[in-house]
Design a protein around this ligand. Structure first.
Ligand SMILES: Cc1cc2nc3c(=O)[nH]c(=O)nc-3n(C[C@H](O)[C@H](O)[C@H](O)COP(=O)(O)OP(=O)(O)OC[C@H]3O[C@@H](n4cnc5c(N)ncnc54)[C@H](O)[C@@H]3O)c2cc1C
Length: 470
């Protein structure tokens, strides 16, 4: 449909022209996310009410217009990209509601609220909202729900799906439904709330969410353990967890991430180390003291080279800053970052490290490993230059082998970044033909005209994994 006709239709539903973006520059800025690929939408609409979203979806079904929900566009898998043109639904400006109900221990939020704002509002009332993706300062709760995002705290506290108890959703056909509610227990019928979470904007548009909060832990303590061999670090992770300590965070940085961060902003990290673990313990101060002793013993057994206990809040902040800086630091080397999140069961973490080492050597790629090692959710990142076609071919093969390794080790393609466009070609490898077909049938039942976020999750027949342009 040409843009003029589309604008005419949209104006029947959205009466405020300022919320319909048609300028080339605007459209261009919505053609990207934080992954690969660039697709121009015909126009961008910024809805501000459930009624508007519902009316837009009805219009989309009537005229066969693809609609792409979008939060802040920080997806690492291509989730919000308008691969078939049509309309991008920018939900990031719809951020007015952020209520904390102290008695029910819940937060009620609009889709465009930033996750960090929920953290702040909860803390002010003595609570925490545990899901903490590293992007929480710049990503929306709508995006977090659609991707089922997780973060360092996932190890102890779980991920987004563990905290959502109710949703308001506009279905692909434009109906408005409520799922779940304000109670922690709710087993009335199918768990549609959980079906929506992680559906990557393909089954409905989340217009409001009810989130569960936890009491703020009494104390926290950060430790750093330095290793000369990354596989020793891998074994230390498994043993810390096997011996009854459940840290609130357990993150790993390999040598390439450590040196990149030090070059980016000197924080006094041990650049000669093969890997370091950052560990946060939380709970009662007495329990933390006991757990520190146990963690120290375990790390010693695994040949730890150095252990540091943060002496105060500012030292602990500086250690966690190192982890946060890995992403910006590594892209200084080369401009293209392929950020993977292949995840394996804890027992296979040391083997996964071994395989990643082999892949790095086999394909001569700049492979950096960091991530939420405590839950097996590693982030093997490859740093490359998109313009170097020969390098990108090697990167493609390396990424494919990373996915295969994760699945062979009983893991998964994605622990938190989602499938989007990027990993669609590998879906059958993990789910099998029948498993994938059952998922397609759910999509067909909810979205018979395939207008909501088409081109995501499910591979086109014969689709291959490509990162280079040819
Ligand atoms: C530097 C960096 C660090 C990151 N760290 C983490 C991390 O630690 N953990 C993690 O899990 N992810 C991480 N991510 C990935 C990303 O931030 C998350 O996937 C995030 O949840 C996306 O939120 P967003 O608002 O940017 O959504 P977008 O990227 O705009 O959209 C993501 C998906 O959600 C859908 N969507 C958005 N809003 C809605 C809605 N209201 N209803 C229905 N569907 C919707 C879109 O269609 C799309 O499929 C990181 C990304 C970057 C760039």
């Amino acid at each position: 449909m040409d843009q003029a006709k589309l604008i005419e239709l949209v104006k029947m539903v959205i009466t405020d022209d300022n919320r319909i973006l048609i300028d080339k520059a605007d459209l261009y800025s919505y053609s990207f996310d934080a992954s690969f690929g660039s697709y121009l939408p015909e126009l961008v609409v910024q809805p501000k009410s459930t009624k508007e979203v519902s009316a837009l979806m009805k219009l989309a079904n009537k005229y066969g217009i693809p609609i792409y929900p979008r939060g802040q566009g920080t997806s690492l898998s291509g989730g919000p990209l308008p691969v078939n043109g049509g309309i991008v639904l920018d939900l990031s400006t719809w951020n007015e509601k952020l209520e904390i109900d102290v008695e029910d221990m819940i937060a009620i939020v609009s889709p465009g609220v930033l996750t960090a704002s929920i953290h702040e509002a909860a803390l002010e009332k003595g609570f925490i909202y545990p899901p903490d993706p590293s992007s929480s300062n710049v990503s929306t709760i709508g995006g977090n729900l659609a991707e089922n995002s997780g973060g360092p705290r996932g190890l102890k506290y779980g991920v987004t799906k563990d905290y959502v108890i109710g949703l308001e959703v506009v279905t692909p056909e434009g109906e408005i439904i409520r799922t779940g509610g304000r109670t922690i227990k709710n087993v009335t019928g199918y768990d549609v709330t959980k079906l929506m979470v992680g559906s990557e904007g393909t089954l409905g548009i989340i217009t409001e969410a009810i989130l569960r909060l936890y009491p703020k832990p009494q104390a926290t303590q950060t430790l750093m353990a330095v290793f000369h061999d990354i596989t020793d670090a891998g074994r230390a992770i498994t043993n810390i967890l096997n011996y009854g300590v459940l840290p609130s965070k357990l993150e790993i940085m390999d040598n390439a991430s450590i040196t990149a961060v030090e070059a980016y902003e000197p924080l006094g990290l041990p650049t000669e180390a093969d890997a370091l673990l950052l560990i946060e313990l939380d709970g009662h101060p007495e329990a933390i003291r006991d757990e520190i002793t146990r963690v120290q013993k375990i790390c010693k057994k695994e040949h730890v080279a150095e252990m540091k206990i943060a002496s105060d809040e500012s030292e602990s902040k500086s250690l966690w800053k190192a982890r946060k800086l890995v992403s910006p630091a590594i892209v200084r080397k080369k401009p293209t970052k392929i950020s993977e999140d292949a995840t394996v069961p804890r027992s296979n973490i040391p083997e996964m490290f071994r395989r990643l080492k082999q892949i790095r050597e086999k394909y001569h790629v700049d492979l950096v490993v960091f991530g939420h090692a405590g839950d097996g959710n590693l982030h093997p990142n490859i740093i490359a230059d998109k313009r170097d076609k020969e390098e990108m071919k090697r990167v493609e093969k390396a990424v494919e082998e990373i996915f295969r390794a994760a699945i062979e080790l009983n893991g998964t393609l994605s622990g938190e970044h989602g499938i989007g466009t990027l990993k669609a070609p590998f879906m059958e490898m993990e789910l099998g033909e029948v498993g994938l077909d059952m998922m397609k049938r759910i999509k067909q039942a909810w979205d018979p005209n395939n207008v909501l976020n088409p081109g995501k999750i499910f591979p086109e027949p014969g689709e291959r994994f490509v990162l280079s342009d040819d």
